[in-house]
Ligand binder design. Structure first.
Ligand code: TTP
Ligand code: MG
Length: 351
């Protein structure tokens, strides 16, 4: 059966929730993230509303840079507990749609503000559109928050459609429109192509997906290894990934930015041990097993690297976690003499 996949993503989620609770913020730039400390803050932006984005502020930007770009913005701390509560209510609505008798397909929560619905059984893009409008309306009426929906023949196209339609949009890409939709897009619009991959492609004059799709699978494999095959398929709009059931937690992670860049092993490992304990606690409370351990290290100047270790089988063991995570962190310290700004740990069931 031909698939029809719906992707819903809330608009500027954390900042929109803050706006909702504080009508006086409306039409002002709002930045949610670390404390800017008058420009000396060391964390990053979680998200910003569209007013603040006009100044060039976006997720993951150093908060000090955001302060430079717009010192008059309203800077707010991350109130994760509140956002989680709102997220649960939204996901309840999404879930209700997935279990309606005429749908009955799978659904998948990707993050606090993002979910997929398999609506293949509707068998019609017209019906899919009606459903999307209803879902958007219900989320807005119940939660007073806007969202964007993308619909397509697979997860990749649904997500990319939502990305293009933001904010408060709805975009439907039918199978015969996929080619026309993808070709004019920039290579970095393709999920999986980050700035580093893009740079390697741009030096050989590949800037648009139209150009990318002309490269052979062989060439892409040569350039990027196994990821090359995925890029080859995605450039053609091919994506076979299934909607995975809602309950599966995919990863648990935590990170810490030091007050000052440091090489002090006591500070670095002391902090890292606390992170390991916190991650492990969350692991146990969710009865989660992990297979892959990833350590994140950000050096002075914001240069960020990750190192991973994948175990043969999933485990739930603190000793293994401690041993492997510390080994990875130690590798960073040996290889790179720069001062360290941030350390983080993520464990995941799959890769
Ligand atoms: P996104 O859906 O990526 O971003 P957004 O909802 O703020 O904006 P939009 O979808 O309209 O482009 O992420 C959802 C939330 O996750 C976001 O509100 C804040 C959080 N987040 C971070 O804390 N750090 C990040 O780097 C990103 C990308 C998101
Ligand atoms: Mg969002």
């Amino acid at each position: 059966m031909e698939r029809i996949i719906l992707h819903i993503d809330m608009d500027y989620f954390f900042a929109q929730i803050e706006e909702r609770g504080n009508p006086q913020f409306k039409e002002k730039p709002v930045v949610v993230g670390a404390d800017p400390k008058g420009g000396k803050g060391r964390g990053v932006v979680s998200t910003a509303n569209y007013e603040a984005r006009k100044y060039g502020i976006h997720s993951a930007l150093p908060i000090s840079r955001a302060f430079e770009l717009c010192p008059n913005a309203i800077f707010l701390p991350v109130n994760l507990e509140l956002y989680q509560k709102v997220s649960e209510k939204i996901m309840e609505i999404v879930k209700k749609y997935s279990s309606a008798p005429e749908i009955g397909g799978g659904w998948e929560i990707v993050s606090l503000d993002e979910a997929y619905l398999d609506i293949s059984s509707l068998k019609s893009y017209q019906k899919a559109e009606n459903l999307a409008k209803k879902l958007k309306k219900e989320v807005f009426e119940k939660e007073k928050l806007t969202s964007t929906i993308g619909i397509g023949p697979n997860k990749l196209i649904a997500k990319m459609a939502a990305e293009k339609a933001k904010p408060n949009g709805l975009l439907i890409i039918k199978p015969n429109q996929v080619k026309k939709f993808l070709e004019p897009l920039d290579i970095e619009d393709l999920p999986g192509i980050g700035p580093k991959t893009a740079e390697k492609l741009r030096v050989i004059s590949i800037n648009k997906i139209k150009e990318l799709k002309n490269l052979s699978k062989f060439k892409l494999k040569n350039m990027f290894g196994v990821v090359g095959k995925t890029i080859y398929e995605r450039a053609k709009g091919i994506d076979e990934e299934e909607i995975s059931p809602e309950e599966i937690i995919k990863s648990i992670g935590k990170e810490h930015t030091f007050e000052k860049d440091t090489r002090d092993p006591e500070i670095i490992f002391g902090t890292f041990e606390k992170i390991i304990k916190d991650v492990y606690e969350e692991l146990i409370s969710n009865n989660f097993s992990f297979k892959t351990i990833t350590v994140i290290c950000r050096f002075q100047g914001f240069e960020t690297h990750t190192k991973s270790k994948t175990l043969k089988t999933p485990v739930q063991n603190l000793e293994i976690l401690e041993k492997e995570a510390k080994k990875l962190l130690l590798k960073f310290l040996i290889e790179n003499p720069k001062l360290i700004r941030l350390v983080g740990l993520r464990i995941s069931f799959l890769n």
